[in-house]
Design a protein around this ligand. Structure first.
Ligand code: ATP
Length: 449
């Protein structure tokens, strides 16, 4: 059977780091001879939830166990580590067993699968209540063998077990710092981050923002993560350990399978009238008005056939803001993002736009005034018509205006991406879908912990 250990909301003294605790638990399990059933999952939930510490992430470790007794012992061991690690009051650990499971694709049996998958789908794209989470525990009472910690943390822990990492997923390799260095500035050789990007892109993404000349692999907080690289395959991420030069040896690394960079939060198309605060979704409509605000930010009033909402494109989105100013009234667009509320009024925070906009093109038409055929240049201000065999001097060219429809995805500068947002480059990646069994030596570098 498989035991799923879900962790959420664990803080180190310098900020949240549930992944660090999970890496310690996974390492201990492997040292004690347990076999993990998959890479640990790093599951990001609704990015619009205001009470998140940073990335609204939870982690699940799937481990093979033989009996319920063994599952309970492993859960107790994880709980002991979690208690020692966390002084936080929002932390939560949930342990669930899945009997008679042979294949990870069937990891979640049918009833529990529906219950947890539905809960995850809501938690990644809307606000859910603690009561809803407690209700799930009641429904799964035969499978839940341990729950510890905060009531709110239960939301993230349960939702992460139901995560859909079958349709689309990515990997993240996280390296960790020695505790005595937590809080100190990180030293990373930027040139080697660029080298990693050049050598591994498009199979890795969001390593470096060439526009702002900023590396994107270190966290902003003072937490135990040294750096993290994200990509399509575990193997390609391992290259980071050789290429990226850092000012301190990492204590260890762990590769997580994740829902990051999949747009999992905003794939569902919703009518504007159904949007509630903290919903993330795709919305399609026609631009009614476009206003430039100080910042600069742009407010787009977008309407579908029932109602309208103001969609905000903020300065921080960089490239997206620059491109949006060319949109005009009447353009049909689809936007992805999340709903925020200010003074009781809902607005939509735009993350990306799918649009077909008409681009005005001005071309110079140099045609023969006698026969209409195209003129060739024959020196400064002299044009020649091959058909009539005549030269024309100082012919004033006629300008003609064309309108071209251009359909594309407009996305922000790389620095403006949050964890769940899918970079456009991922659309062209073809790789086998399905669960990849763990083959990465996640314990190899556990030397110095
Ligand atoms: P860390 O990086 O330390 O893990 P975090 O950014 O993930 O921090 P948490 O400290 O985990 O943030 O806080 C987020 C809280 O929000 C958790 O208690 C989680 O259970 C809860 N939560 C997650 N998704 C939702 C949701 N859709 N609705 C309501 N609460 C949610």
């Amino acid at each position: 059977m498989i035991l799923s250990l879900a962790l959420d909301g664990f803080d180190s003294p310098f900020g949240g780091c549930t992944t660090h605790l999970a890496s310690l638990i996974a390492a201990k399990l492997i040292r004690e001879g347990y076999q993990l059933a998959d890479y640990p999952w790093l599951v990001r939930l609704n990015p619009a939830i205001p009470w998140k510490t940073r990335g609204n992430g939870a982690v699940v470790i799937h481990v093979h166990v033989d009996t319920t007794g063994e599952a309970t012992r492993v859960s107790q061991m994880a709980l002991k580590l979690a208690r020692e690690y966390s002084g936080a009051n929002k932390a939560c650990l949930v342990a669930i067993i899945w009997p008679n499971v042979l294949d990870l694709k069937d990891l979640i049996d049918q009833v529990a699968k529906t219950v947890l998958r539905t809960f995850y789908t809501k938690a990644v794209s809307a606000q859910v209540s603690i009561a809803e989470a407690q209700n799930i525990v009641k429904k799964l009472r035969q499978q839940v063998i341990a729950i510890w910690g905060s009531e709110r943390g239960l939301i993230g822990a349960l939702a992460s077990i139901g995560a859909d990492l079958e349709y689309d997923y990515t990997f993240e390799l996280l390296t960790y710092r020695h505790p005595k260095l937590w809080g100190r500035p990180r030293i990373i050789d930027i040139d080697t981050v660029i080298e990693f990007d050049v050598r591994t892109s498009p199979y890795t993404f969001l390593n470096y923002d060439y526009e702002s000349k900023k590396q994107l692999i270190t966290p902003h907080g003072l937490d135990p993560v040294l750096y993290g690289v994200r990509g399509e395959y575990p193997e390609i991420l391992l290259k980071a350990l050789k290429i990226i030069q850092v000012g301190e040896p990492p204590t260890h690394f762990t590769i997580f399978r994740t829902n990051q960079a999949t747009d999992a939060h905003a794939r569902v198309l919703k009518p504007i009238s159904t949007l509630r605060v903290y919903d993330c979704a795709e919305v399609c409509g026609v631009i009614k008005q476009l206003k430039m605000l100080p910042g600069p930010h742009i407010a787009i009033d977008i309407c579908d056939n029932i109602s309208c909402i103001t969609a905000m494109v903020y300065r921080e989105t960089g490239k997206l803001l620059r491109e949006v100013q060319w949109f005009g009234e009447g353009d049909a667009i689809c936007i992805r993002g999340c709903v925020k509320q200010h003074k009781g009024i809902l607005s939509f925070n735009v993350e990306k736009i799918y649009a077909c906009i008409s681009e005005k093109i001005y071309t110079v038409k140099l045609r023969c005034p006698l026969c209409g055929s195209t003129l060739k240049s024959k020196g400064k201000n002299i044009l020649y018509c091959r058909n009539c065999d005549r030269e024309f001097h100082d012919l004033f060219p006629k300008y003609e205006q064309y309108s071209k429809l251009e359909c594309k995805v407009f996305e922000p500068s790389p620095a403006a991406f949050h964890h769940l947002m899918m970079p456009f480059q991922r659309l062209f990646i073809r790789r086998p879908r399905g669960v990849v069994p763990p083959s990465t030596p996640i314990l190899e570098e556990f030397t110095n912990m």
